[in-house]
Design a protein. Structure first.
Length: 237
């Protein structure tokens, strides 16, 4: 994947420091996703979902290796992980309920897939856009399968019984670690013709839609919607 991305990179187009930083950060973010998916796999009781999670673990390991390879290929090193990645891991593992962690993991994967959509366009010159395109294909599949699990069959029943406080805590963790306005500003930097406000609105709409679908399985969705009012005000700006 990396060899093809670098081979197809337009010349002259030296890799930017930003691309190196993003590839380095993605190396560790994908490791967090791998660890969480592995934990979910260990706790999962449904055979079909075990196979899905096993594939996700393998995918995340592959993604981390690819970003690591890219960073080394263009700069000779990978930047050490920052506190943000370590804090994300700690926060996700602080959810001691399987379905709450599954929900948070799925929402986080949704943000990643949406984020990568813009990186595909904005990082073509460094070859990194092609890497993100292929990684996004896997992430989008993880999100679709995770959403299906949480809204049908045993997964939906577990989500229906999940204490409301844990559900809201899972969403809050994901929002804490996804700075929509900061990401929108980054996309505008990569794609100057794309208004940051447009990107931010799109990201918020995508998350809002995922939450609406998930809450539809709950009998207390009206009460949860009321409790989420301040979140909706932030996300629907």
């Amino acid at each position: 994947m990396v060899r093809r991305a670098l081979r197809d990179r337009p010349e002259p187009a030296p890799p930017s420091e930003l691309s190196w930083l993003l590839a380095s950060g993605s190396t560790y973010a994908e490791q967090v996703g791998m660890d969480v998916a592995a934990g979910l796999l260990h706790e999962c009781r449904e055979g079909d979902m075990k196979l899905v999670l096993a594939t996700a673990v393998a995918d995340e390991a592959k993604h981390s290796a690819v970003f690591h390879h890219y960073a080394h290929a263009v700069a000779g090193s990978v930047k050490e992980p920052g506190e943000a990645q370590q804090e994300l891991s700690r926060d996700l593992w602080s959810l001691d309920d399987y379905i709450a962690r599954f929900l948070a993991h799925t929402l986080a994967e949704g943000f990643a897939a949406d984020e990568f959509r813009w990186f595909v366009q904005g990082l073509r010159q460094d070859g990194l856009g092609e890497v993100y395109r292929l990684v996004r294909r896997d992430e989008s599949r993880h999100v679709a399968l995770g959403m299906a699990y949480l809204t049908h069959g045993p997964g939906a029943e577990q989500l229906r019984r999940l204490p409301a406080d844990l559900l809201l805590a899972g969403e809050q963790i994901v929002l804490k670690h996804n700075d929509v306005d900061g990401l929108a500003a980054l996309v505008h930097r990569l794609l100057p013709g794309t208004p940051a406000e447009q990107v931010a609105a799109w990201l918020r709409a995508r998350h809002t839609t995922r939450m609406r679908v998930l809450l539809n399985v709950r009998d207390d969705r009206a009460e949860l919607s009321r409790r989420r009012k301040h979140i909706r005000q932030i996300m629907e700006v």
